[in-house]
Design a protein around this ligand. Structure first.
Ligand code: MSK
Length: 645
C-alpha cells in the first residue's frame, strides 16, 4: 500500500552496546538530544521514499508512483516504478563509489606527493607490499629504487581514475581471477575508469535518458566494480604508506576515554591525517603534562578508528550510531574529522560540552566548527596544531560534566590477507590457502562470512550484528569483519581470544586452536573474529574469496563464502553489497534498500543476479532468520563442492 510505514524498533533500549546505553541515560537526565531521538522524530518515514518510487531527478517532480492503474502509476514523463526504483538505486551506487574513490584519491595524492618530495612526513612503510603490488600491476621492480616503483604505481592509479581509452581498470583487472574477469567482460560491465563510470551513471540516470531497468541495473553493477577498484587503490596504497596490518592488541568502547589524559578522537575514514595525529601526539606528550594531564590519548571512531586500530593499536572508542556519546563523556577534548559518516550533530553538541570539533578536508566543513586545512606538504605541522587545540581545550573541561562509562574490552585486530596467509603457511607452507579450504571440505568449518557495514537505527544499534555473529560462529563459520560491524564486535568484547571458548562451535574452536598451535610466535592469541579493516578494506575480503576460489580451482560463486551487512546505512554499503553480488556471493542486507516499489528490480537483485553472476541479495531484517539463510547458502555451496570434487 502507499501508506507511510512506521518503523518501531522492537527493543526500546535502542542499542545493545552497554557503553552507549550508559551514555543514553546521561542524555535523558540532561535532556540532550541524540540520534536516537531524531530517529523517533522522523517516524513515520515516507512510504514512497522507502519503496524507492519517489522521483526527484527533475524539477517537474517530485513524482510519486501510486498503486492504482492509469496516469498516477507513472511519473509525469511516463517513467514507471521499475525505472524510478532502478535509477534511484544506481544513483546510490554512484554516490558510494564517489565516496570510496575520493578517500582513495586522497591517499593516492599523498603517495604521489611523497614520491615528488613534497610530503616529507610520509615514507614507504611497507616496501614488501609495494613490490607485490608492482608485480601485480606489471611494474618492473628490478634494479629500481622504491620511490621510482611507487611513482609508476601512482601513475597507473591516476590513469584508473580518469582513463578515456577503452581499457579495463588496472586496479581491478590485475587482482581478478580469470573467470571473474571473463564474466565481467562478457556481461559488458568492466569499467574503464572510476571518475568516468560515476559520471556515466549520473548521465545514464538523468531525466529522459535510460528507462530500461536491466540496462540501468547493469550500469549499477559496473559502478560497483569501479567502487571496488577505488577501494583497492585505498587499501593497497595505505598498506604501502602505513604498513600491512599485523595482529595487534588493543581495547574498545567508551571506557577507553581517559579522564586523566588529553583525549582526541579521530573520526571519519581517511588514515592520511590521523596517522600524523598519532605521530604528533607521541611527540607532544610533554605539552599535555604541562597543563596537568598525564599524557595524550588518541581514540578512534568509525573507520578512521578501524584504520588506526589495525596498524597502530589505537583504542576504538565507538562506532557510527554512538559517535555523539564520545562528546557526552565530557572528557573528549577534541574531535578531529576527515570524511564520511560524521553526524553534523557532533558540532551542535559542543554547545553543551567543551570539546573542540575540527574539520580538516576541503569537502567537509561544518557551521561553527574550526577548520584546519590539512595538506600533505605540512602534514606534521597540521597534526601538531590539532593536538595543541586539544591540549588547550583540556583546560576548559568541566569536571561536573565528566561521565565515562566503565566499559572497555580487550581485542586482537590486524588481520590483513597477508597476515592470514602467513598464519596458514605455518600449517602448510606450500599451499597456505588450502588450510582454510581443507577445513571447509572436511567439515571442520562451514565456510567464511564477511560481516560489514554500518549502524541503522531501524533496529537497535549493534543487535543484528551480534545476533548474526553468534549464530554463525556457533555453527562453525569463520567470520572476517570490517567497518562498524567490526566496531560492534570490538566494543562488546567479541573480538577477544577469550570469546573463542565462549561462543565458537567445536569445529571453529578446533580450527582456531590448530592455527594458534602452529603459530607460537603469535603471543596475542587468535580472536573469535578476524578484523580485516575499514570500509575500503572490504576489498581484502574479495582477495580472500578469490584466493580460496583459486585454491579450490572453481569460480567464486562455488566458494562457501557469504557477505552480510546486518545494519547497512550508507550509500557506500549499497555499492559494496552490489559488488559482492557481482563477484558471486550470497549477500545478506539487514536494512531494506529502497526497492520494494518494483517487483522486477527486487527480483533482479534476489534471483536474476544469481543466474548471471552467481551471487544474489538476501534481504532479511530479522537477524535470527538472516543467520539461518546465510548458513543455508553456505551449506548449499559446500554440499555442491563436495559432490563435484
Ligand atoms: S564507518 S560506512 S557507518 S561501516 Fe565506515 Fe561505519 Fe558504515 Fe560509515
Amino acid at each position: 500500500s502507499d501508506a507511510p510505514r512506521v518503523i518501531e524498533p522492537k527493543n526500546p533500549l535502542r542499542s545493545v552496546d552497554p557503553g552507549a546505553l550508559e551514555m543514553l541515560k546521561v542524555a535523558q537526565e540532561q535532556n540532550i538530544e541524540t540520534v536516537f531521538d531524531r530517529f523517533v522524530a522522523q517516524q513515520p518515514q515516507c512510504g514512497f521514499g522507502y519503496k524507492g518510487i519517489c522521483c526527484r531527478i527533475c524539477i517537474a517532480g517530485p513524482c510519486r508512483v501510486k498503486t492504482e492503474e492509469g496516469p498516477g502509476s507513472k511519473g509525469i514523463c511516463g517513467a514507471t516504478a521499475f525505472t524510478i526504483v532502478a535509477r534511484n538505486l544506481v544513483r546510490m551506487i554512484a554516490g558510494g563509489t564517489a565516496s570510496h574513490s575520493e578517500h582513495s584519491r586522497h591517499v593516492l595524492h599523498t603517495a604521489h606527493a611523497m614520491v615528488d618530495g613534497e610530503a616529507p612526513s610520509y615514507s614507504i612503510k611497507s616496501p614488501e607490499k609495494l613490490h607485490k603490488l608492482a608485480s601485480q600491476l606489471g611494474v618492473s621492480t628490478i634494479n629500481r629504487e622504491d620511490r621510482e616503483i611507487l611513482k609508476d604505481v601512482t601513475e597507473i592509479a591516476y590513469s584508473d581514475f580518469g582513463r578515456y581509452q577503452d581499457r579495463p581498470l588496472a586496479f581491478l583487472d590485475s587482482f581478478l581471477t580469470e573467470q571473474r574477469r571473463k564474466k565481467f567482460q562478457h556481461t559488458n560491465i568492466t569499467p574503464r575508469s572510476i571518475d568516468g563510470t560515476v559520471t556515466e551513471l549520473i548521465a545514464q540516470t538523468a531525466m529522459g535518458v535510460d528507462s530500461d531497468p536491466v540496462n540501468l541495473i547493469f550500469g549499477g553493477l559496473k559502478g560497483s566494480l569501479a567502487d571496488l577498484a577505488g577501494e583497492y587503490i585505498g587499501t593497497k596504497l595505505s598498506d604501502v604508506l602505513f604498513g600491512i596490518p599485523e595482529p595487534i592488541v588493543s581495547e574498545s568502547n567508551l571506557g577507553v576515554i581517559n579522564s586523566k589524559m588529553v583525549n582526541i578522537a579521530v573520526h571519519g575514514h581517511n588514515p592520511v591525517l590521523s596517522e600524523m595525529v598519532v605521530a604528533a601526539a607521541r611527540q607532544l606528550q610533554g605539552e599535555a603534562q604541562k597543563v596537568g594531564a598525564e599524557g595524550i590519548n588518541i581514540v578512534g571512531i568509525c573507520c578512521t578508528g578501524n584504520e588506526l586500530l589495525m596498524r597502530e593499536g589505537v583504542y576504538l572508542a565507538t562506532s557510527s550510531a554512538s559517535q555523539e556519546m564520545a562528546i557526552m563523556t565530557g572528557a573528549l577534548d577534541a574531535m578531529v574529522l576527515d570524511i564520511q559518516c560524521i553526524y553534523p550533530a557532533v558540532q551542535q553538541l559542543t554547545e553543551c560540552f567543551h570539546t573542540k570539533v575540527v574539520t580538516t578536508e576541503g569537502i567537509m566543513k561544518m557551521p561553527g566548527a574550526q577548520h584546519i586545512a590539512f595538506n600533505a606538504e605540512t602534514a606534521m605541522e597540521d597534526a601538531q596544531k590539532l593536538v595543541q587545540i586539544a591540549i588547550e581545550a583540556y583546560k576548559n573541561r568541566d569536571p561536573k560534566k565528566i561521565s565515562i562509562p566503565n566499559e572497555r574490552h580487550n581485542l586482537v585486530a590486524g588481520f590483513s590477507i597477508e597476515t592470514l596467509t602467513d598464519i596458514f603457511s605455518k600449517v602448510n607452507s606450500d599451499r597456505p590457502m588450502s588450510v582454510l579450504t581443507d577445513a571447509i571440505m572436511n567439515g571442520q568449518i562451514k565456510g567464511v562470512v564477511q560481516m560489514a557495514g554500518c549502524n541503522n537505527l531501524k533496529r537497535p544499534q549493534d543487535e543484528s550484528h551480534v545476533v548474526i555473529l553468534k549464530e554463525l560462529v556457533k555453527n562453525d563459520v569463520l567470520v572476517v569483519a570490517t567497518g562498524c560491524s567490526a566496531g560492534a564486535f570490538a566494543k562488546l568484547g567479541l573480538m577477544s581470544p577469550l570469546a573463542v571458548d565462549a561462543y565458537a562451535g567445536e569445529g571453529l574452536k578446533s580450527f582456531i586452536r590448530m592455527l594458534e598451535d602452529a603459530n607460537p610466535q603469535l603471543t596475542t592469541g587468535l580472536p573469535l573474529i578476524f578484523h580485516i579493516g575499514a570500509c575500503v578494506d572490504n576489498s581484502r575480503g574479495m582477495d580472500l574469496v578469490m584466493a580460496m576460489a583459486e585454491e579450490l580451482e572453481v569460480d567464486v560463486p562455488k566458494v562457501p563464502f557469504a557477505a552480510s551487512a546486518p545494519e547497512a546505512m550508507h550509500e557506500k554499503a549499497v555499492a559494496i553489497g552490489t559488488y559482492c553480488v557481482t563477484m558471486g556471493l550470497p549477500t545478506h542486507v539487514g536494512s531494506m534498500p529502497f526497492l520494494e516499489g518494483s517487483d522486477l528490480i527486487y527480483g533482479i537483485a534476489t534471483q536474476i543476479a544469481h543466474d548471471v553472476f552467481g551471487g544474489n541479495f538476501i534481504f532479511e531484517m530479522d537477524p535470527q532468520v538472516a543467520a539461518q539463510k546465510i548458513l543455508g547458502a553456505l551449506e548449499y555451496r559446500s554440499w555442491k563442492l563436495k559432490i563435484h570434487k
